[in-house]
Design a protein around this ligand. Structure first.
Ligand code: BDP
Length: 709
């Protein structure tokens, strides 16, 4: 009896030692601050023994708190607060102008407004690590950079780093509705708990802001671009002010999506005509009211005359008229208007041409505090698109790149698709405009990412989708960053520094987006997904009211071949690119397989460089996509036991879903394209699991993320 009792007690003790109070569930994102051991810990402890904040400010306070939290968790001992450097091993946070920097030469020009220097120095005869910046913003970013080094087990001695963001505005766009649903959100509800605001300060928002600050994101649009004017009324602005107050200490500013018809809907005016003096006065007064509540308000994001949203064209005015009217209201307060170029109208001939056709002629007509926000591709966040021809074509305007972090068209949250590679691809694309050799990255004033964060414990709907949030921030900070090194940073901080983990997971991530392209829309195909919810394959859809809502409009498959002719014999969309680029895109042999069917209508029997006919290549790509997912699953299964069980199991289960859905995509698309092409499946190809009609009959009325009417 006693013996049994004792061994039960021992077992319980062992259990409680093994299992932390709360299982690892992804909540901590990449800020896990796992304990450091061995020689690195001794070195780190010598370097991070004390903390001196020479230039106090709310942001320096955040930096201080994060350093204490991170170092405390990693080294088992938080650095001691000191007033000055009076012993070895202090970390010193000092803004330019601080007397403590008197004997150090810091190149202020290289720091810019938000950059930082981290340097190993001797001060008062003691070894110290200096984090220097213009003000609290750089101190915060420098502190996170130091913590990142520690998380990656890099030594802290002999540091001499200068880093600064290339773009001043690095922004998340939340497509969050006021009822807390999230358009194209796959990670639970909106983080903004409107009903309990303004008095409830949800601690989760502090963690959201910390995570953003850690990757340099400095702005958030709180509400959906498909706007609701209510957000601009006094009770809602009070709620917005609370959120802004929580984001501010982490260097983030709040923007709001503004509905163009707000003067009519909440202002009682008969019109929203941007040239009407009453409308202009209304927006000015509204801006004053907003700034009274949120003094550092960033400005408005506007989706106008697109997908049914109101806009200046309703009054026969231009996008520039509309944007400049709002810009004028914000200008006295230093605010910015972000005006989206995502527009398309019925019967446009070729939807891919419309944004350029409407916006390029307006170059030079936008006020200085307007930024034109352009999606990465000419259509809509597809798994792969060529870059939008607007990049580089509006040299007299400020242009932002908009990417989608949430994976509306890439399998929602359950498919593993690391988007760092997609964004690297677009950022490095050569526009050859406004100057020869220019790349998309060279043409930008800002970057915006449609957020994937929600109330799920893991924030992003899956563990691996956190990497897309991370990568967005890192690339917005440095558009020349490498997707691979960003993936490696994220893996080390999120899963661990064990080389067996890093060497397995990084390659898996690097190939993951191409896998999705292969099993969904290979060879330059686009928009084959289910109507409205965009879940799963539906290349057969041909009956929607507008031609450009139908997948058949995009793939144009028939007996003769497949693809959209955008050369001079077709829509001539290629002519929207710089001449050198246009020449390459218009040449079927030079365009490259990845964009082939985007720009060309190609016979099924045409032979590619791979030696296969187009039809055989299409089948090959669909198979290759599925095979890659099978390999990803095997890789991940091989890591069981090296990763904490809860997160491992979640990712493993999602990979199983991904494999099932990859097969579904492959089978449904092959069944359909075969029915259209009449081509036999190449020898040895596994036929689709079901007849075409079976796939066509599937319905998903409750798929998540659909727009609210
Ligand atoms: C599309 C989405 C739609 C958005 C639209 C946009 O399907 O929900 O409202 O983009 O960017 O991709 O405005």
């Amino acid at each position: 009896m006693t013996k049994a009792f004792l061994s039960l007690g021992a077992a319980l003790l062992a259990l409680s030692a093994a299992a932390p109070a709360q299982a690892e569930d992804g909540y901590r994102l990449w800020l896990r601050y796992e304990p450091v051991s061995g020689a690195v810990r001794s070195e780190n402890r010598r370097t991070a023994a004390a903390l001196v904040v020479a230039s106090p400010s709310p942001l320096a306070r955040s930096a201080h708190d994060e350093l204490r939290r991170g170092i405390g968790q990693m080294l088992g001992r938080a650095p001691a607060d000191r007033a000055t450097v009076d012993r070895d091993g202090a970390i010193l946070l000092a803004a330019l102008g601080s007397p403590m920097l008197a004997r150090t030469s810091i190149d202020a020009a290289r720091l810019g407004a938000e950059g930082y220097a981290i340097r190993s120095v001797r001060l008062n005869g003691h070894a110290a690590t200096l984090i220097a910046a213009r003000d609290g913003r750089g101190l915060l970013y420098g502190s996170f950079a130091l913590l990142r080094r520690m998380q990656m087990r890099q030594p802290l001695g002999k540091l001499d780093i200068v880093d600064a963001p290339r773009l001043p505005l690095r922004m998340l766009d939340h497509w969050d509705n006021l009822d807390r649903s999230v358009e194209r959100g796959y990670a639970g509800q909106s983080l903004w708990d409107w009903q309990r605001l303004p008095l409830w300060r949800d601690p989760r928002i502090d963690d959201y802001a910390r995570a953003n600050a850690s990757v340099g994101i400095n702005a958030a649009v709180l509400n959906n671009v498909n706007g609701n004017a209510d957000i601009l009324t006094a009770p809602w602005l009070a709620k917005v002010a609370t959120i802004a107050g929580q984001l501010r200490p982490w260097g983030m500013r709040v923007f709001l999506s503004a509905r163009f018809s707000a003067p009519r809907e909440i202002g009682g005016l008969p019109t929203a005509d941007p040239l009407d003096p009453r409308v202009r006065a209304w927006w000015k007064a509204k801006a004053d009211e907003i700034y009274a509540a949120v003094p550092d308000f960033g400005g408005f994001l506007v989706k106008a005359n697109s997908e049914g949203q109101p806009g200046p064209q309703d009054y026969h005015r231009t996008h520039a008229d509309g944007a400049n009217m709002l810009a004028e209201a914000l200008a006295p307060h230093g605010g910015t208007v972000i005006w989206r170029a995502f527009v398309y109208a019925p019967d446009n001939g070729d939807r891919a041409k419309q944004a350029f056709a409407e916006f390029q002629p307006l170059d030079g007509r936008f006020a200085r505090n307007v930024i034109v926000q352009v999606k990465n591709g000419p259509i809509d966040f597809q798994p792969r698109e060529p870059f939008s021809p607007l990049f580089g074509a509006m040299p007299r305007s400020r242009v932002a790149l908009e990417v989608q972090v949430t994976k509306e068209y890439l399998g929602f949250a359950t498919h593993l698709a690391y988007l760092g590679t997609m964004w690297e691809e677009v950022l490095r694309s050569r526009t050859d405009r406004p100057v020869a050799g220019a790349r998309v990255a060279d043409t930008l004033a800002a970057m915006a990412g449609v957020a994937n964060a929600g109330t799920d414990r893991n924030w992003s709907g899956s563990q691996f989708d956190q990497a897309n949030w991370y990568a967005f921030g890192r690339l917005a900070w440095n558009p020349d960053g490498s997707a691979r090194s960003i993936a490696e940073e994220w893996v080390r901080m999120t899963w661990g520094n064990d080389p067996r983990l890093v060497d397995a997971i990084v390659p898996m991530m690097m190939g993951s987006r191409q896998a999705v392209v292969d099993y969904m829309t290979p060879l330059g195909l686009a928009h084959l997904m289910g109507t409205s919810h965009h879940y799963g394959p539906a290349p057969w859809v041909a009956d929607l009211a507008r031609p450009d809502w139908n997948p058949v409009y995009y793939h144009r498959a028939g007996r003769d071949g497949i693809g959209f002719d955008r050369t001079a014999t077709g829509s001539n969309a290629v002519a929207q690119y710089a001449p050198e680029v246009a020449r390459r895109l218009a040449d079927r042999a030079a365009v490259g397989d990845d964009a082939l069917l985007w720009f060309h209508h190609v016979p099924w029997t045409w032979r590619l460089d791979t030696g296969r006919t187009l039809w055989a290549e299409l089948v090959h790509r669909y198979d290759r996509g599925v095979a890659t997912v099978v390999r990803m699953r095997a890789t991940w299964d091989g890591l069981r036991g090296r990763v904490d069980p809860h997160r491992h199991a979640e990712a493993a289960a999602f990979l199983a879903i991904q494999e099932q859905e990859a097969r579904w995509w492959r089978d449904a698309c092959l069944a359909y394209f075969q029915s259209v092409s009449g081509q036999p499946l190449p020898a040895g190809t596994r036929p689709p699991a079901h007849p075409l009609a079976w796939y066509e009959a599937l319905r998903f009325p409750y798929a998540p993320g659909q727009p609210r009417p």
